[in-house]
Write a protein that binds this ligand. Structure first.
Ligand code: FES
Ligand code: FES
Length: 166
């Protein structure tokens, strides 16, 4: 079995105690995925596994044997930024940048959730299409904290992204 990271296959870690976050940062030097709280409270370590977001600090790497992990380093296409990366810059959706990789990975997953009409806790019509209102976006991004308070720009960037890509 292998763990696929940003499209490259790797042997899973021999040490079953290693978190996915530590594997990414310490073995593969993928330090775009940040270690904030290391206890599931801040969202800085958000990565995608088969298109769904998880907190890498709460995940044991060995659990993801056979799965495909995408980090912020795997989002751009060479020199071409992912549209959400460009829109975060355009809308001033960052200040110090520490939370930004996790915010962007969450926003990518959020787009996937809207695509399959997955409801959130503020969705009123569970049978209807998921509508990407600002309230919905705020709720779905609420697991990603930003100490700089750049949330308004991030929400603007995500609204713009969803209007162009959904
Ligand atoms: S470092 Fe994982 S949630 Fe904060
Ligand atoms: S941009 Fe600084 S913590 Fe979010």
């Amino acid at each position: 079995m292998t763990i696929t990271i940003n499209g490259q296959p790797y042997d899973p870690p021999a040490d079953k105690r290693v978190s996915l976050l530590d594997l990414l940062r310490e073995r593969f030097d993928l330090v775009g995925t940040k270690k904030g709280c290391n206890q599931g409270a801040c969202g800085a370590c958000t990565v995608l596994v088969d298109g769904e977001r998880i907190l890498a600090c709460l995940a044991l790497a060995a659990q993801y044997d056979g799965r495909s992990v995408t980090t912020i380093e795997g989002l751009a296409n060479g020199e071409d930024l992912h549209p959400l990366q460009a829109l975060f810059v355009q809308h001033d959706g960052l200040q110090c940048g520490y939370c930004t990789p996790g915010q962007i990975m969450s926003a990518v997953a959020l787009g996937n959730e809207f695509s399959r009409d997955a409801p959130s806790s503020v969705t009123s019509d569970l049978d209807g299409p998921a509508t990407p209102s600002r309230e919905e976006i705020r709720e779905r991004m609420s697991g990603n904290l930003c100490r700089c308070g750049a949330h308004n720009g991030m929400i603007d960037a995500i609204v713009s992204y969803l209007s162009e890509h959904s």
